[in-house]
Design a protein around this ligand. Sequence first.
Ligand code: NAD
Length: 350
Amino acid sequence: MGLRFGIIGYGGMGGWHKRHVETLEGMEVVAIHDIDPARVKAGEADGVRSYLYLQDFLKDSEIDVVIIATPNDFHMELALACAACGKHVISEKPVALSTSQLDEMIAAAERHNVVFTVHQNRRWDRDFRKVMNVLQSGEIGKPYVIESRVHGPNGAIHGWRSKKAHGGGMMLDWGVHLIDQILWMIKTPIKSVFCRMRSVMNLEVDDFFRLQMEFVDGLIAFVEVGTMCLEPLPRWHVGGSLGTVRIESFTSEGSLTILKRAAQHTDGPLVDTGAGPTRTFGKVGGVEVYNSTLEDPNPDWRDFYRNVKTAIEDGAELVVKPEEVRKVMRVMEASFESDRTGMPVVFCED
Ligand code: NAD
């Protein structure tokens, strides 16, 4: 039998889920629930059973799994309600507003024996997979620094994302993706977290943050998100003992990667910079442009849904595990704490 989805919150992301679930064999969206009558009408127009009231939606026995795509502050209570009705749960990111909320969600899923996961879809980003493949292959040696960044020029954040009470701000909106990518790729324990946040154009929430995670093996990872940046820095910049990865953007397919590897560390000549000479930052003696032999990844993020289906039907291991999402949540909490105190937070692994 196919897997039947219900969606709570039929806005931008709810609609996206409907369109994409329906491209997959053996999966269909049968119902939606939204508190906005206009979105209920939109659901009807899209040909699915559409409920204005949660209790009616939950009584629909043909819904196997619910995708929760409301503003962030409703994820927990809706997940608890769905699990209590025996429905499997996919929460949009960020899964919750705190680790304690998430713990309640995990406990409810266990109690009611339902599958529970989170739509961390950016694990399937092509740029991210490229970085992950390069690091795992050892092509640039041992990484010592990873910079992961999203800069945008739009300034103002609109709607519920600009409100603290709804779980707005860039740490919860985009930090959650970028931290999740780093922690999925780097399994080494975290030693400390240091974060500074700013509200440049949006007074109530963070619209710029720079987070530094230090790992016990010495690797430093920076994660930075800014909504008011007219000259964006590259999406990725990774330094390894044998080379450097630079990926310009995740929105354009164009210049996905430039991978250079130091062929040999010969001294370059002294270079005159005007006010003084430098050898360290002058021309390097031997650097070759290195063409990676790694296959260009071409991930299909709809594998997320396929994985949920096999987890529900055959007990397959989830790709996005609640305990991984919990660690990301703890890093975000440590980031807020670090910003509040201005100090690094020592990170204790569970
Ligand atoms: P949106 O404002 O476009 O849509 C939210 C919808 O939820 C609206 O139709 C609203 O009426 C409805 N709603 C609000 N409160 C509700 C409640 N208590 N019960 C039922 N319906 C309710 O927001 P969006 O951009 O679709 O974001 C929704 C969620 O999806 C957020 O958690 C967001 O972080 C996430 N999201 C994820 C991605 C991703 O790539 N994974 C991208 C965008 C948004």
